[in-house]
Design a protein. Structure first.
Ligand SMILES: [Zn+2]
Ligand SMILES: [Zn+2]
Length: 153
């Protein structure tokens, strides 16, 4: 397996259109065309490829939370392709548990605080309950916090 420095410099050579920077968490910043990574996670190789996949797929903004979940799924498909080029094995449990994190997040946001029914997203940060007509606001997705995941052992 390649060391962090080796893999990052290899990716930097293969994808000169992006900048790879060490940060506090894994993220893709479309405005800066920068991929932030950390090597403090045992799965850093595949998480790094996942962020690169977001970049290659040109993922930018989204208006509906459900689009974010779809983007996550697409990024994992792409990351799985990339992994073969770098002889990195992607553990399907990591993919499933990160996707679960997004599903849980979506579920939490779309649950009506008034009656617990599932609401529909009416605007970027707004939901409306179909059962009781209650409307509520949600925050911007906190990228770092969402990236933390637990593996089911
Ligand atoms: Zn992602
Ligand atoms: Zn309700």
């Amino acid at each position: 397996m390649l060391s962090t420095t080796l893999l990052v410099s290899q990716l930097q050579t293969n994808y000169p259109q992006f900048l790879f920077k060490k940060g506090d968490c894994f993220s893709w910043m479309p405005a800066e065309k920068t991929i932030y990574y950390t090597d403090k996670d045992e799965n850093w190789r595949i998480l790094l490829l996942h962020e690169l996949a977001h970049g290659l797929l040109d993922h930018t903004d989204y208006n509906h939370d459900i689009e974010l979940v779809a983007m996550e799924r697409k990024a994992w498909d792409k990351a799985s392709e990339l992994a073969q080029n770098y002889k990195i094995k992607i553990d399907n449990n990591v993919i499933q548990s990160t996707l679960d994190t997004y599903r849980d997040w979506l579920h939490e946001r779309s649950t009506c605080p008034n009656c617990n029914a599932t609401g529909v997203q009416t605007e970027q940060y707004r939901y409306k309950c179909i059962a009781c007509s209650h409307e509520w606001r949600v925050n911007e997705a906190r990228v770092c916090a969402l990236r933390r995941y637990k593996l089911n052992k």
